[in-house]
Design a binder for this molecule. Structure first.
Ligand code: AMP
Length: 119
């Protein structure tokens, strides 16, 4: 069994596990987080398995760029992309950041005022 076969988010990409998909393109899938921390909480993931942001290589530049564009598109779809609103993008890496799913994902959070620094 490959790493990707055993990966929750790879299985969402493959359609083997249901998800509330809000957008998708050649490189990415965006779906609602199952435990939302804000009115908008969408995860943008690459179709290709990459473990986390610390594992991104130059070969992944196209995919990571596509993730940023997908996050912008999600923010616009959710009505939080304008200058009067705003949103937070988060990538957690490793245990100190409480990274729980080992497939690269960009949290798109918005729809409420955020605090800083995060806890
Ligand atoms: P992280 O803690 O940064 O690794 O984020 C993983 C996120 O994935 C958490 O916010 C979880 O709530 C979310 N999550 C876990 N399983 C699912 C799932 N089946 N569908 C949607 N979101 C999920």
């Amino acid at each position: 069994m490959s790493e990707a076969d055993d990966c929750l988010f790879c299985r969402i990409v493959a359609g083997e596990i249901p998800a509330d998909v809000v957008a998708e393109d050649e490189h990415t899938v965006a779906f609602r987080d199952i435990a939302p921390q804000a009115p908008t909480h969408v995860l943008v993931i690459p179709r290709r398995h990459i473990a986390n942001a610390a594992e991104v290589s130059a070969d992944d530049a196209d995919v990571v760029g596509a993730m940023m564009l997908a996050a912008q598109a999600v923010a616009d779809l959710e009505g939080i992309g304008g200058a009067d609103r705003g949103f937070r993008l988060v990538m957690n890496v490793g245990p100190d950041a409480l990274n729980s799913v080992p497939h690269l994902h960009l949290h798109v959070l918005g729809g409420r005022a955020m605090s800083w620094p995060p806890g």
